[in-house]
Design a protein around this ligand. Structure first.
Ligand code: SAH
Ligand code: SF4
Ligand code: F3S
Length: 480
């Protein structure tokens, strides 16, 4: 999750906590044939970064590097970074201090910075952080083996070239941290939206969509290997648009959704993130008409006030967003909607903040990722507006939003008590080896005792008996 504030986020989500340690890859692959050299990779930021780390692992694997979870054993230490808020960058710098110590103990260890912070700071990184040997942007991962070889020869290596074409379509990601049930498929890269607060268009470059056939092939391969859920990833999945170079035929997001849903009825499809301006009726009807497309939409509102939305360059206003929410519930009454919210954006007044509160109330989000505004250098907001809402006010508004959302999540979860859901078992509950955890179509996590002979990857029917604001608790409806 994009979490640097204490919110009610579901800690089991397949997302990222920038305030925590990041995530380390390597377990599954350690069992593979031993390699001459080992790499260690930690990932921060959004799901795209996690998905990219799997591509990096695959590229390095081809070059003879095996993954390790042991920092001290690594010949190459990589950190896949995020620039979305200042805190995300602070976390990375702290980790670099730790890597520095490892390098002092083991001279010759290479340290590489990947991802959005590498792209934002470019060669400046090498000046700011003396221990860094490699700086590699998100579109330059194919060059990693070359760059590592160069760095081993003593050259400081930088490749932050942003591509208009690169989608890594032909690379089969190495699913290192996998539960064997759920996986991400990156369907597009970059973002053309230019929300004024956001650094992503600068760190990820122009939007481009991946070959639809390669996406369907990846989904099919995952299903054949026992996976039962894929999440189609992009900064703005609804603007997915791929033109077949041979036929000129265009595949839009609704069509891609249908094609992946048709891989197998037992393969669940999720997607993230949807920009409200692009989610069409065609997408909503495709969701409705396919039982295996999950009834859950992450539809970040950012603010509930039209003036602030305009300053943010979100291209919709309050009324328009409300109508979109109405439309979703009209077409799919059982659909869950979640959101991202920013408090204290430049010039936001108390009244405008209250519009955000009332929007959360209106939309009945199942959950939200909530942040206070963090000015990012070089973005339109940093250039044009003053970051004039005091930090204490930003934080107080954030707390009000968190409290409201927690209450709504709790209320909605209470309403689920007594209901029965089809749940895909993802694995053992973190808290108890006697319980399974899984999700329903609305993306709600459900914990239930292991009765009957089931395994991760099985679909089961669970009756909800209790709920907190973050999790549902239940029992198997009809254990076999
Ligand atoms: N592409 C996605 C969001 C990617 S960034 C979308 O448009 O929905 C994830 C979230 O981080 C954003 O939705 C926004 O809520 C938050 N965010 C982005 N830039 C931020 C900033 N400068 N300060 C605080 N939060 C920010
Ligand atoms: Fe950033 Fe907006 Fe693009 Fe999302 S849609 S990545 S918030 S510019
Ligand atoms: Fe962060 Fe880059 Fe993702 S800035 S949120 S890792 S696209």
């Amino acid at each position: 999750m994009y979490n640097d504030n204490p919110t009610l986020q579901d800690l089991n989500a397949k997302t990222i906590d920038e305030s925590a340690q990041g995530q380390v890859y390597g377990e599954a692959a350690v069992a593979e044939a031993p390699r001459d050299k080992q790499f260690y990779i930690e990932s921060y930021g959004c799901q795209m970064n996690f998905s990219d780390s799997e591509i990096v692992a695959s590229i390095l694997g081809e070059a003879g590097y095996g993954p390790t979870r042991n920092l001290e054993a690594a010949d190459l230490i990589l950190i896949n970074t995020c620039s979305i808020r200042e805190k995300a960058e602070d976390t990375v710098r702290k980790r670099l201090r730790v890597f520095d110590k490892v390098k002092q103990r083991k001279p010759g260890t290479m340290v590489g910075v990947l991802g959005c912070m590498a792209e934002r700071l470019k060669a400046k990184f090498l000046e700011e952080e003396k221990l860094v040997d490699l700086v590699v942007g998100p579109d330059a991962y194919r060059d990693l083996p070359n760059l590592v070889a160069g760095a081993e020869e003593g050259d400081k290596a930088v490749n932050v070239f942003l591509s208009r074409e690169e989608t890594y379509a032909d690379i089969n990601p190495l699913r290192l941290q996998s539960n064997g049930v759920t996986a991400f498929i990156s369907i597009m890269r970059g973002c053309d939206n230019m929300c004024s607060f956001c650094v992503v268009p600068y760190t990820r470059g122009r939007e481009r969509s991946r070959n639809a056939f390669s996406i369907v092939a990846e989904a099919t391969d995952l299903f054949d290997r026992g996976f039962r859920e894929v999440t189609l990833l992009g900064q703005n999945v609804d603007s997915y648009k791929w033109t077949n170079p041979e036929t000129g035929a265009v595949v839009n997001f609704a069509q891609l959704l249908r094609l992946t849903a048709e891989v197998h009825p037992d393969l669940r499809i999720r997607f993230s993130t949807s920009h409200p301006k692009d989610i069409t009726d065609e997408v909503l009807y495709t969701m409705r008409d396919h039982a295996n497309v999950c009834k859950y939409i992450h539809l970040p509102v950012q603010s509930g006030n039209s003036r602030i939305l305009d300053l943010m360059n979100r291209t919709y206003d309050r009324e328009w967003y409300r109508k979109k929410v109405d439309r979703i519930y009209e077409i799919m009454p059982d659909c869950a909607i979640s959101s991202d919210v920013i408090t204290g954006f430049c010039t936001e007044t108390e009244e405008e903040h209250r519009d955000t509160l009332s929007m959360i109330d209106y939309a009945r989000y199942s959950m939200s990722y909530m942040f206070y505004y963090s000015e990012r250098p070089g973005t339109p907001a940093a250039r044009k507006f003053t970051d004039d809402v005091p930090l204490a006010v930003k934080k107080r508004r954030l707390q009000e939003i968190i409290d409201l959302q927690t209450g709504i999540s709790h209320e909605l979860n209470q309403q689920d008590i007594g209901k029965t859901f089809r749940v895909l078992i993802e694995g053992e509950s973190k808290r108890s080896a006697d319980d399974w955890k899984g999700r329903n179509t609305q993306n709600k996590m459900i914990i239930f005792p292991k009765t009957g002979a089931y395994r991760p990857g099985d679909y089961v029917t669970v009756t909800v008996t209790d709920a907190t604001s973050a999790t549902l608790l239940g029992h198997l409806h009809n254990p076999r």
